[in-house]
Design a protein around this ligand. Structure first.
Ligand SMILES: [Zn+2]
Ligand SMILES: [Zn+2]
Length: 295
């Protein structure tokens, strides 16, 4: 597993690399433009060109670009739809230059239902697919399930992935979002069935990244409130998901508030690693116990 965190790319996109390395990360996530503006950032050519080698030198093996939150590919408002298409394609274009995957929130059907807006979504993603690099992926993130947001469960994400029908469109699962949308990932059997579901409906090879966030809100509350590692409703049980053998190769990226609300710090990354390690030893112990039961 590659452990990482969302970091600022302020002052130049390559600045994110040093920030992530200082936290002890092997993976990072950035915004490629201000997350609260439609306007794209103009990245200097030399920084884009330098990114891959600087990341490799700093031990950053995986980068993920998070598209802005305003994007709503399901919108029937032509202005919002056009801006959404452009914003997503622009981020994917930057990601292609630096060798990063892109993740985004599909948006909200605003009461129309997923079926009624699926054609808009497919259409809205298409410029992003044109901008996608040869090795990079575009990842749909599951939503916390509030209001009419799309991606509240694997079924909705699977329908979008099937409709888009592209070999490098996949999923990023956010642990806080999946928990508040009612999947109790503290339980090993539920994690197993979640991943079975992903495998059957989407294909496990399309699950490319995890956002690891504890939840400040209750199971099934649909409230998107991230908590620091070990400080929310999931707590130490985050290790159940993190240590699942099917996820061993994935990047696990924190988007936690951090102790001062300024983002995940080195202690958060340390807790992430420790929670994974503890989950793995609990799993081994349980495995050994099961074997001795069989004897
Ligand atoms: Zn997100
Ligand atoms: Zn997330």
């Amino acid at each position: 597993m590659l452990f990482g965190a969302h970091v600022s790319s302020g002052g130049g996109i390559t600045n994110a690399i040093g920030r992530a390395a200082d936290l002890g990360c092997e993976a990072l996530q950035i915004f490629t433009q201000s997350s609260r503006q439609w306007r794209a950032t103009n990245h200097p050519e030399e920084l884009l060109a330098a990114y891959r080698s600087e990341a490799a030198a700093a031990g950053i093996a995986y980068s993920l670009c998070h598209a802005i939150y305003f994007i709503n590919l399901a919108s029937t408002d032509p202005d919002v739809a056009a801006k959404s298409r452009l914003a997503l394609a622009t981020t994917v274009g930057v990601a292609a230059r630096i060798g990063a995957d892109t993740c985004f929130h599909v948006g909200s059907h605003l009461g129309a239902g997923l079926d009624a807006t699926l054609a808009n979504i497919v259409d809205g993603i298409s410029p992003a697919l044109d901008a996608l690099g040869d090795d990079e992926w575009l990842l749909l993130e599951n939503s916390a399930g509030a209001g009419d947001t799309i991606g509240r469960d694997i079924d909705e994400l699977a329908r979008v992935v099937a409709a888009v029908d592209h070999p490098r469109v996949g999923l990023c699962i956010d642990t806080c979002h999946i928990f508040v949308s009612g999947v109790d990932i503290r339980e090993a059997a539920i994690v197993d069935s979640l991943l079975d579901d992903v495998d059957r409906r989407v294909g496990l090879h399309r699950l490319r990244a995890l956002h690891v966030n504890d939840a400040a809100a209750k199971l099934g509350s649909n409230r998107d409130r991230h908590a620091n590692m070990l400080e929310g409703e999931i707590g130490e049980r985050m290790g159940v998901l993190l240590s699942h053998p099917a996820l061993a190769h994935l990047p696990a990226i924190l988007e936690t508030p951090g102790p001062e609300g300024k983002g995940s710090d080195a202690e958060e990354v340390r807790r992430l690693r420790a929670t994974h390690a503890n989950g793995a030893s609990a799993r081994q112990l349980n495995g050994a116990r099961d074997e001795s039961d069989e004897r």
